[in-house]
Design a protein around this ligand. Structure first.
Ligand SMILES: [Mg+2]
Length: 260
């Protein structure tokens, strides 16, 4: 296979193929209301957009209600983006992070149990992403999803778009292994003919890939349209290992991805 076509294309799901911002926001809002029952039932006007713009700071789910807390307390977006200190907010809130996580997971589980279709409806695929995957099916490149979402939900969302990836091609939360470990399993056994490209929207995950032994030949791409900040994209531009990818290139053919 040519150097400009991977044998395996490993893709993160949220922030690469699928935008789940609506789900994040409403889950976070409901969790926040449970933590602070005295607040009004409806979010103030404009909160969704502000939440969406600072969402890239979130590393762990429990931080999302704290983003709402910070925005409602009057923190400006730049301050959140530059100096995100969720632990300090936990102290102010008077809860441990696992308590906030339990509230968030509970809200989400209840939503899915009550109306799974409505929950799935909160996700939308980025323009051209599904068509791109469709063009790859049956071709020489194996597409694999590596996500921290539960695999069954990623699969359901894809099936709704008419794309039925096999369970063996979706590595979700239930795999219980960090992404670099999964990617290393995918590239072994090593053969000169096997190449893997990995697309992810979190720079820190790509940095973890860089420092994992055995992944030197994996091509790393930062999805510039996903949940990352201008600073992350700038860092990717100056990085010799990571390539900053645009949605336009992602939805086009492989050789264009690696053109400089
Ligand atoms: Mg992601």
């Amino acid at each position: 296979m040519s150097a400009s076509t991977p044998t395996i294309l490993a893709l993160d799901f949220d922030g690469v193929l699928c935008d789940g911002m609506s789900e994040y926001f409403w889950t976070a809002w409901r969790a926040w209301r449970r933590l602070r029952p005295s607040i009004a039932p409806d979010p103030p006007h404009g909160l969704f957009d502000r939440f969406a713009r600072v969402r890239p700071v979130v590393e762990r789910g429990w931080e999302m209600p704290l983003v709402i807390m910070a925005l409602l307390s009057g923190a400006c977006e730049a301050e959140i983006l530059e100096r995100w200190r969720p632990e300090a907010l936990l102290g102010e809130l008077g809860h441990a992070h696992d308590e906030v996580a339990a509230v968030l997971d509970g809200v989400r589980d209840e939503w899915i149990a009550a109306d799974e279709g409505d929950w799935l409806d909160q996700h939308r695929f980025y323009p051209g992403a599904i068509q791109r995957l469709r063009r790859l099916t049956g071709g020489p490149t194996r597409v694999v999803i590596v996500t921290t979402k539960e695999g069954r939900f990623a699969r359901k969302l894809l099936v709704r778009q008419g794309l039925d990836l096999g369970v063996e091609d979706i590595y979700g939360k239930e795999a219980g292994r960090p992404k670099p470990v999964i990617v290393r399993e995918l590239v072994e056994p090593r053969s000169p003919a096997r190449s893997l490209w990995f697309v992810e929207d979190r720079l820190k995950t790509l940095e973890a890939m860089k420092s994992t032994p055995g992944l030197d030949d994996v091509r790393l791409f930062l999805a510039g349209w996903g949940y990352n900040t201008p600073r992350d994209r700038e860092a990717a531009r100056g990085d010799s290992r990571v390539m900053l990818l645009s949605l336009e290139r992602f939805t086009g053919d492989f050789p264009a991805w690696v053109q400089t």
